[in-house]
Design a protein around this ligand. Structure first.
Ligand code: SF4
Length: 283
């Protein structure tokens, strides 16, 4: 028999209980199951619930688990064995099957796969999810993150496009720059709402703010800033080997970080193309 939910000593708050009941009924309404980010969740005819990677739908030879706590290990590392700092990144590993006894165990497993997602999903369905803008979040930052308060509006917009798109995060980005300034991006089509910039985004915003300061200091004099040169050199070197290996997900100081490259695509490529078309016009 499948394991029930892990022992919990403090009573679950009412919103968590309401969220797990809501989620379990939503799943049970669909015989073929529901996709929730990369998880496929299904109510079993004999009782209990089954979870697997959505790309493993219909597969038989999956590694079986019956303890909801197995989801913690499943969510920890990518297929290639790298730590996953952002659980909503589209890099959940495949090959596992988790069967749990009841809705409480289902919620426990989901909270390991996608922390806090069930409560946010439920509150949004009820129209009660509070949103926190980038500026409100930045005002609370301190220490080395205080500098994110100075990030320009364009910096926030470009950072969000680079860091929060469906290619790198499956949450639906609901927060804005501030009360008057909406984010100008595809906000994503996923089930999990994102009501506030997360710690990975704030760390990325800090890096983008460093880029902004550098651009002001160096761009007029030499055309490209030092880190833009580093990134281009690293990219050419990597491409010359025939394979571009990305840096780890939250290593924004590394030239070949995927989000950093997405930001460069938004900010550096237009500059390079502009320079090139200017040259063409002169010849
Ligand atoms: S802030 Fe962006 S990267 Fe972080 S969880 Fe929200 S949508 Fe994803």
């Amino acid at each position: 028999m499948y394991r029930a939910s892990p022992e919990t000593t403090p009573a679950d708050p009412p919103v968590a209980i309401a969220a797990r009941e809501d989620f379990a009924s939503w799943v049970s309404e669909a015989a073929e199951g529901r996709e929730f980010a990369e998880a496929l969740v299904r109510r079993l005819p004999e009782g209990g619930y089954e979870l697997r990677h959505r790309e493993d739908a219909g597969k038989e030879d999956l590694e079986p688990h019956e303890d909801p706590r197995a989801a913690r290990e499943i969510a920890k590392l990518t297929e290639g064995g790298e730590y996953r700092p952002l659980k909503s990144s589209p890099n959940l590993r495949r090959g596992w099957l988790l069967r749990v006894a009841d809705e409480k165990a289902l919620a426990a497993a989901m909270n390991y796969l996608y922390p806090v997602a069930l409560v946010h999903w439920h509150l949004r369905r009820c129209g009660e999810l509070p949103l926190t803008s980038y500026r409100e979040n930045a005002a609370r930052q301190s220490g080395i993150y205080k500098r994110v308060q100075k990030l320009s509006e364009k910096g926030v917009q470009d950072a969000a496009k680079a860091c929060c798109g469906d290619a790198v995060c499956l949450k639906r980005t609901l927060w804005d720059v501030d009360e008057e300034t909406p984010l100008e991006m595809e906000r994503g089509g996923g089930e999990i709402p994102c009501p506030e910039p997360c710690s990975v985004f704030v760390s990325f915003a800090r890096r983008v703010r460093l880029f902004e300061r550098e651009e002001r200091r160096d761009l007029d004099a030499i055309g490209l800033s030092p880190t833009e040169k580093d990134d281009l050199a690293a990219l050419v070197e990597a491409a010359a080997t025939g394979e571009v290996g990305f840096a780890r997900e939250a290593e924004f100081e590394e030239p070949l970080n995927e989000r950093r490259m997405r930001y460069r695509e938004l900010t550096l490529v237009p500059k390079l193309r502009e320079t090139r078309s200017g040259e063409t016009g002169l010849s």
